[in-house]
Ligand binder design. Structure first.
Ligand code: UD1
Ligand code: MG
Length: 462
């Protein structure tokens, strides 16, 4: 069996009331059309053909090589849409799978069920279509599945064409089909225009039956075929998806204290015995190790945390934390921040483009930017690297075991030696040698041990 997929994505999405094409609206971090592609990609032998229309530039640019595109210039219905895609489908393809770009919850398992059904029956040359159906109390908006006295599908009747009896039918058409490719190529062009002026893909079912061909069905879970038409649907679909992602992590050993309030994108990896407290937003390429505590209320974007880390009321973006490091409450790690093993970063600190060596402590109100901080350095409350002179960013280097006094301003470029001290409130404009002490504004350097006034030596920077 060689499958190609056609994904319908040409609709206006008027009810989204948006400048963005409907299928580009994000759901748990990815556009709707991305979810639709990911569902069919494992099954299809060739890149799917996406039928585009409204907003197509954006859809084409986003998907790039992942898809082939067919343009539907006028939206003349689902039959017309698939017809536009047929020329793009390789002649060796024997099975055409059709899905919608605005049904992002369709799972691989449900599609597998459909394809397996088609496959199992494929030996029967009379087989034309395998399709999913759903059963649901509120049938509004769906085509009804009309079955004959023998129980076989006879037709799909669009809601606007239903008789009062047909309106009562609760078996519905979600719009996901597997077609015999040769049969589809031959008969799709013959679908007539409906009273509404559209070409209905659904008309193929009655056509197949009239030819004595077989149409077989598999039932789908309702959640899988959730179509998005407005932003209420978008939010509801996201709730379902978030639940699915949270369940996957919980089953794998992660404690999620309140799955309702968390937002975890499906790209995020979390190891066992980590606890996610309420209110956390975990996004992108974030990876979290074992025995970590995240939250309450933390946002991690593309952050990588080793085992036993803690992040409480913290914001981390493209940052790393080595084993046992902790941040918060109210800490911010910006791009390129890297906390070494066991680093403690407390209240109201910010680190950017900097490495803090193992065991470093930065308890309160500090900004460290463009800095290399050694092991076991103590950064006193309010200490700041003045890394920007208005034109250039400059580096600060702090040696192992240095002690940076409260409210020290380290005016970069500057290096603080190993074991050096800076006095509270000092403004350090020049390098401080190993084991020396700098104090004052601007700072004077005293070599030797602290507390020995006689050893005040070189005075630099004045
Ligand atoms: C369609 C089905 C209906 C089914 C319902 C499920 C037909 C005729 N009817 O109805 O039986 O119960 O879906 O949701 O197929 N699209 C295009 N080009 C077009 C028209 C539609 O790309 O010219 C795309 C839309 O963007 C959308 C999908 O096809 O993703 C479905 O179109 P929509 O207009 O919502 O079809 P329904 O009338 O809901
Ligand atoms: Mg619809």
């Amino acid at each position: 069996m060689k499958i190609s997929a056609v994904i319908l994505a040409a609709g206006y999405g008027t009810r989204m009331k948006s400048d963005l094409p409907k299928v580009m609206h994000p759901l748990l971090g990815r556009p709707l059309v991305d979810w639709a592609l990911r569902a069919v990609e494992p099954l299809a032998a060739t890149p799917p053909v996406v039928v585009v229309g409204y907003g197509q530039e954006m859809v084409r640019a986003y998907l790039g090589d992942r898809a082939d595109f067919a343009e539907q210039q006028e939206l003349l219905g689902t039959g017309h849409a698939v017809l536009q895609a047929l020329p793009q489908i390789d002649s060796t393809v024997d099975t055409v799978l059709v899905t919608y770009a605005d049904m992002p919850l369709l799972t691989g398992a449900t599609l597998d069920k459909l394809v397996d059904l088609y496959h199992a029956q494929q030996a029967d040359p009379g087989l034309a279509i395998a399709m999913l159906t759903i059963t649901r109390d509120n049938p509004q908006g769906f085509g009804r599945i009309a079955r004959g006295a023998d129980g076989n599908v006879a037709a799909i009747v669009e809601e606007s064409d239903c008789t009062p009896e047909q309106l009562l039918i609760r078996e519905l058409n979600p719009g996901i089909y597997c077609f015999n490719a040769a049969w589809l190529r031959q008969h799709l062009p013959a679908v007539p225009k409906s009273a509404k002026g559209e070409y209905y893909l659904t008309d193929l079912v009655a056509m197949a039956v009239a030819q004595g061909r077989r149409v077989v069905t598999a039932s789908a879970p309702i959640d899988d075929v959730y179509g998005i038409n407005n932003r209420v649907h978008l939010a509801e679909a996201e709730t379902i998806l978030r639940r699915r992602v949270a369940e996957r992590h919980m089953v794998a050993g992660v404690t999620i204290v309140d799955p309702q309030t968390g937002y975890i994108e499906d790209t995020v990896e979390i190891d066992a015995d980590t606890t996610i407290w309420p209110g956390c937003v975990l996004r992108g390429a974030t990876v979290i190790g074992k025995h970590c505590t995240i939250g309450p209320y933390s946002q991690l974007i593309d952050a990588v945390l080793a085992d036993r880390c803690r992040a409480v009321y913290a914001v981390l973006e493209q940052a790393r934390m080595d084993a046992g490091a902790e941040i918060g409450p109210f800490g911010h790690l910006r791009k390129g921040a890297h906390l070494g093993e066991g680093v403690h970063m407390g209240n109201f600190g910010e680190v950017k483009d900097s490495y803090l060596g193992p065991g470093a402590k930065m308890g309160h109100f500090s900004y460290i930017g463009n800095a290399q901080v050694g092991a076991n350095v103590n950064i006193g409350a309010g200490a700041i690297t003045c890394n920007y002179d208005g034109v250039h960013k400059s580096e600060t280097v702090i040696g192992n075991n240095a002690f940076i006094g409260s409210d020290t301003m380290l005016v970069a470029p500057v290096a603080i030696g190993e074991g050096a001290h800076t006095g509270a409130g000092s403004v350090v404009t020049h390098d401080v040698p190993d084991n020396a002490t700098a104090y004052g504004v601007p700072a004077r350097i005293r070599s030797g041990s602290a507390g020995d006034p006689a050893s005040v030596g070189e005075i630099r920077g004045i």
